[in-house]
Design a protein around this ligand. Structure first.
Ligand code: ZN
Length: 339
């Protein structure tokens, strides 16, 4: 079967498109004929180093994806369109047993620890395939599995965002931040976004952002205080890390919540701990989401409350171009791979 896979690490040259053996379905699994996947920051990480992740090369790329069930234990599932929950969990550890599979100590992710979704066929446990609402195409459905699910857990499960609260999303345009804007608006929150790109801020405004902030890090807090009449925001969604933390902590109201899911520019930020305890701030770390959260997200999509944003589409054989596009940071929405 055709697949996009990694042959090593370091640069786009290690990304190949060619033949890989078709996976054999085992009992308890579904075999999918894949239709779409999207590229994620983690694909760039896997391509560039993959350090700290146990894997065997060559490895098929792709963490999220959607397709049609070709083989299953139950014939009723055959022909069904499904999107993939990217984590395969053990079901036996302390965390799985207490109903928190997203914390599974042995979770293995598609495209990271095992062959991924950018292939004509993929085998996963049956429960990893969730039915796609009729109003989504395959690319949109694929887009949900990483970025939208991550933003969902950050806003709804961790920060417990409420209607009418204010949210600040740092660095609008990236997959998670854009998903956070859409989900927060669907909740009925007031959403502020930051970017240094006037074009991205304009697009964010079209998507419903209530205020846009184009400012260097040390000017963000004064601007947020002006927008909130000196109060600060209730919730902050942050996946950049590094020096923006100093500004970020100054943007929060007393008791405010900051949720972080990435550290693209630095993982050792200066954080004023006096501010954290005196103002009783809450700091949450988050990554991915649970299958239950994924099902709830799909329901919101079925109701039309969230429409996943696809910015560009590439055929599988142009995976290198898709990765370069992602790396450029110029996109506003997901970059999809048609398979
Ligand atoms: Zn487990």
């Amino acid at each position: 079967m055709k697949a996009a896979f990694l042959t090593g690490h370091g640069g786009n040259e290690v990304v190949a498109v060619g033949e890989r053996p078709r996976p054999q379905r085992r009992p308890g699994e579904i075999l999918l004929r894949m239709k779409a996947a999207t590229v994620n920051r983690v694909d760039l990480y896997m391509r560039n180093s993959g350090a700290g992740i146990t894997r065997r090369l060559p490895q098929i790329m792709g963490v999220d994806g959607a397709g049609i069930v070709e083989e299953a234990d139950s014939s009723a599932l055959v022909g069904r369109s499904v999107t993939l929950y990217p984590g395969i969990v053990c079901g036996r550890c302390e965390f799985c047993k207490r109903g928190e599979p997203v914390l599974c100590a042995k979770m293995s992710l598609l495209g990271e620890h095992r062959d991924g979704t950018m292939a004509e066929f993929v085998c996963v446990p049956t429960e990893n395939g969730l039915a796609i609402p009729n109003n989504l195409n395959f690319a949109q459905a694929a887009a949900l599995g990483v970025n939208y699910l991550t933003a969902w857990r950050m806003l709804l499960t961790k920060a417990k965002l409420q209607h009418g609260e204010t949210v600040l999303v740092f660095g609008i345009g990236g997959g998670v931040s854009l998903a956070a804007l859409q989900i927060a608006k669907a909740v009925g929150a007031r959403v502020f976004v930051t970017s240094r790109s006037a074009e991205k801020l304009g697009r964010a405004k079209d998507l419903g952002a209530d205020a846009i902030v184009d400012a260097p890090p040390d000017s963000i807090a004064p601007e947020i205080m002006r927008l909130t009449e000196g109060r600060g925001v209730d919730v902050m969604i942050e996946n950049i890390g590094g020096p923006i933390w100093t500004a970020a902590l100054k943007c929060l109201v007393r008791g405010g919540r900051i949720v972080t899911c990435g550290a693209t520019i630095g993982d050792q930020p200066p954080a004023d701990l006096r501010r954290v305890f005196i103002r009783q701030l809450q700091i949450f770390g988050s990554t991915l989401g649970s299958p239950d959260e994924f099902a709830a997200l799909l329901e919101w999509c079925a109701e039309g409350r969230i429409v996943p944003l696809i910015f560009a589409r590439y055929p599988l054989h142009q995976i290198r171009a898709a990765l370069l596009h992602l790396e450029s940071g110029e996109q506003f929405g997901k970059i999809a791979i048609d398979i």
